[in-house]
Every structure is written in structure tokens, then in C-alpha cells.
Design a protein around this ligand. Structure first.
Ligand SMILES: NC(=O)c1ccc[n+]([C@@H]2O[C@H](COP(=O)([O-])OP(=O)(O)OC[C@H]3O[C@@H](n4cnc5c(N)ncnc54)[C@H](O)[C@@H]3O)[C@@H](O)[C@H]2O)c1
Length: 376
């Protein structure tokens, strides 16, 4: 495969996730960063560009300028990575899609259902590929669970219990620095904090692992730390199409929890327990109560999932590799499409991103109306 090129919007000095995307893409070396609008401040953009060895002519003062200029170049980027705060996801993604450039955007996809629907439509019209980086779904064990359940081995699913507690915003008068400040600011995060940030991960993890489609939700979204304007603890009852039920809990006030995404799935043939902080293993319990712990790199992992492993068992793979797995399949598809070859999508798409936004908005509506059932 010929190495592709990409650009980045966001990921400037002191930012968090942009650097993780760059490192994850570098794991397999299938694409090179050649352009960017790393910050709204041109000086900071040039600083990051210089640190990363980017041609100063391809360090842009605005994402609009970057989309136009890259689309006009014969050697323009093959895809853009959008890693800005949530408020700008929609305009940035729209600009690059309109310019005919494939997109990778971090979650949540955007702020409103209308924006999400517009991005789905635009990507389809322009025939472009669109990855939404629900990072955890790149884990080999998560892919194993998806295949195991899709093959019907767990039987009909009866209930799902999923949660994503964190503790970093538990302290009164503290706003979690640069990353916490925009998350807690309605102008920059769209009227939702914790559920948009963590609940979309939970919604996507359950949806991708089980294939279940949410029919309706009943949500209670609280602001537990004095001074918070947006939710910092959310509890959601979920009913899926087909009759299964579930509960989701997300929190930023759960002191002692870091990135404790956990999914427990109970079907008629057994149960599956998965924790992202122990992502190298998955616990599978069969109908007679036998408990088996399957480990990445060892036998018993579905072939299509095991194929993403890079290291022998016991040499730990983690979060960066998981993001790298999403990019491995996305970049493979972008390259195949470029060469007119067939490709198979094995990553969360813009449609999955839209499902997350619909979930958040149904929960907001439920909460506003006094925690009543709201259809998706
Ligand atoms: N997939 C995951 O697990 C995961 C984890 C953390 C964050 N995220 C998502 O990643 C996104 C960024 O989060 P973060 O924590 O890295 O934020 P951050 O505040 O650390 O970084 C944001 C960066 O974007 C830049 N920026 C802002 N507006 C811009 C614009 N218009 N043009 C160019 N650059 C601009 C800022 O200067 C900064 O460098 C959010 O949407 C967040 O939800 C995802």
C-alpha cells in the first residue's frame, strides 16, 4: 500500500487527544502528517507545525483556508483528523467534506441531531469515508465480543449494564484545566458535559458489541458538584428494540475512577464482562456458570479480532493500539478506495456518530421533562 498523507485540525500546544491520534497513526506508519491548523492562534499553529516538521506553507491560519488549499493541491491530504473541542466538529467536518476530503473526527460527532444528519448526508453525497474515533472499540477484546455476539453465541440478549465513571471533576472550585474548562462550558460543549463526553462512549460500546438498537431512554442528569452548570453524573434506563433492557451510568465525580468504562452483557446462553482498563482480557461465563478468561494474543479470540493484535500475549497492548486499530482499518479503506479497489469498513462511522448524538438529545429531553421515557 502506498503511504497516505493526512492533515490535522486541533492538537496544538498543551492539547490532549491530537497527540494521541498522531502517535496511534504512527504505530503502523500507513500515513504521514503533512498539514495542519493545530490552533486558532496562528503562532501556536506554526509552533506545533515546526515541532512536527510540517512545511510552514501547509500550516494554516484557519480550517476553512486549509480545506480549500489542500483540496486544490495535486498532492493534497487524503484525510483530515478533527480533534478540536466539540463545538467546532460540525463546521470543520463540513468544510472538509465539501472540499472532497475524507474525515476522521473525534466523538461526540457534533452538537445537534440536525448537524449529525447533515454530515451523514454530505458524506454520502460526496462518497467520502468518515471515521468517528470511539477509541475503545479498536480493542481486540471489544472486536472479539462483537463477533461472538453477532454469531449468536450469547443467544438473545436480555440485559446490559454499562458504566463510565471518572473522578477528575469531583472537586468544588476546580475545573480540570484546559480540557475540563471547555467541557463544563455550555457554549463550547453544547448544553451537555458528562453524558456527551462519556455517555457517547457507553452508547457506542454497547451498540457495537451487541448490535442492540435503542428504542427509548429515561434519564436523570445531575449537577452534583456545587458551581457546575452542566451535568456531571448521569443515570439512564434504556429499552432496546426487541425487548432487552439496560442501565448506563456516567460520572465525573466518582473519586478513584479514571477511565473505568465497563460493559456487562447478559444473554440467554451466558454473560460477558469487559473492562477497558483491563482491555487485554474478557470474562465469558457460559450457561452452566463456567467462567473463562480469554486473553488477547492467546487462543479463543475470534480470528477477525485476533488479526488486529501486534504483540505476543503478555506484552501489553492498550489504548494507543486500540486507536491505532481504528486507523489501520480506516486508512486501509481510504487507500483501497483511492486505488478503486474493494474495501470492508471495520470502524465506527459517521452513522454511529449520529446515533450517539441522538442518544444524548433523547436523554436531555427526558431529563428536562422530569425523567420520562423518550423515543430515539
Ligand atoms: N476518543 C477519546 O477517547 C477522546 C478522549 C479525549 C477527548 N476526546 C475528544 O477530542 C476532542 C478534543 O479534546 P481534547 O481533550 O484534546 O481538547 P483540548 O482542549 O486538549 O485540545 C483542543 C485543541 O483544539 C484546538 N482548537 C480549538 N478550536 C480550533 C479551531 N477552530 N481550529 C484549530 N484548532 C482549534 C485548541 O487550540 C487545542 O489545541 C473533543 O471532541 C473530545 O470529546 C476524545
Amino acid at each position: 500500500m502506498k503511504k497516505l498523507t493526512y492533515g490535522m485540525v486541533g492538537g496544538g500546544p498543551g492539547s490532549f487527544i491530537g497527540d494521541a491520534h498522531r502517535k496511534s497513526i504512527n504505530i503502523d506508519g500507513m500515513a504521514t502528517l503533512v498539514a495542519g491548523c493545530f490552533s486558532r492562534t496562528p503562532e501556536k499553529c506554526r509552533q506545533t507545525g515546526a515541532e512536527l516538521g510540517i512545511d510552514p506553507d501547509r500550516c494554516y491560519a484557519s480550517f476553512e483556508e486549509m480545506a480549500k488549499a489542500e483540496a486544490a493541491r495535486p498532492d493534497g491530504i487524503d484525510f483530515v483528523v478533527v480533534v478540536t473541542p466539540n463545538v467546532s466538529h460540525y463546521p470543520v467536518c463540513k468544510a472538509f467534506l465539501e472540499a472532497g476530503i475524507n474525515v476522521s473526527c473525534d466523538k461526540p460527532l457534533c452538537l445537534t441531531v440536525e448537524e449529525g444528519e447533515a454530515l451523514v448526508k454530505l458524506a454520502k453525497e460526496k462518497n467520502l469515508l468518515f471515521l468517528v474515533t470511539y477509541t475503545y472499540m479498536g480493542h481486540v477484546t471489544a472486536k472479539h465480543i462483537r463477533k461472538f455476539i453477532a454469531d449468536g453465541k450469547l443467544g438473545k440478549i436480555r440485559t446490559v449494564q454499562a458504566e463510565y465513571p471518572q473522578g477528575w471533576l469531583a472537586y468544588e472550585g476546580e475545573w480540570g484545566g484546559k480540557q475540563g474548562e471547555w467541557r463544563c462550558d455550555p457554549k463550547q460543549s453544547g448544553g451537555v458535559n458528562c453524558l456527551g463526553d462519556l455517555g457517547t462512549h457507553v452508547e457506542n460500546a454497547v451498540s457495537r458489541m451487541t448490535g442492540l438498537k435503542i428504542k427509548r431512554v429515561l434519564a436523570r442528569m445531575d449537577k452534583l458538584v456545587p458551581g457546575r452548570v452542566l451535568d456531571d453524573n448521569d443515570m439512564v434506563l434504556v429499552e432496546y428494540e426487541g425487548g432487552a433492557v439496560g442501565t448506563y451510568w456516567t460520572s465525573q465525580v466518582a473519586i478513584g475512577h479514571d477511565n473505568d468504562l465497563r460493559v456487562r452483557i447478559y444473554g440467554e446462553n451466558g454473560s460477558i464482562l469487559w473492562k477497558q482498563e483491563e482491555c487485554e482480557k474478557v470474562i465469558m461465563i457460559s450457561r452452566d456458570g463456567t467462567i473463562v478468561e480469554r486473553h488477547r494474543g492467546n487462543g479463543g479470540i475470534e480470528d477477525c479480532a485476533a488479526a488486529y493484535g501486534r504483540l505476543p500475549s503478555g506484552h501489553t497492548e492498550g489504548w494507543l493500539e486500540s486507536m491505532g486499530n481504528l486507523y489501520k482499518s480506516f486508512i486501509t479503506c481510504v487507500a483501497a478506495k483511492k486505488e478503486g479497489k474493494p474495501y470492508e469498513i471495520d470502524y465506527p462511522t459517521v452513522e454511529d456518530g449520529l446515533e450517539g448524538v441522538k442518544f444524548v438529545h433523547a436523554c436531555l429531553k427526558s431529563n428536562e421533562q422530569g425523567s420520562v421515557w423518550v423515543d430515539l
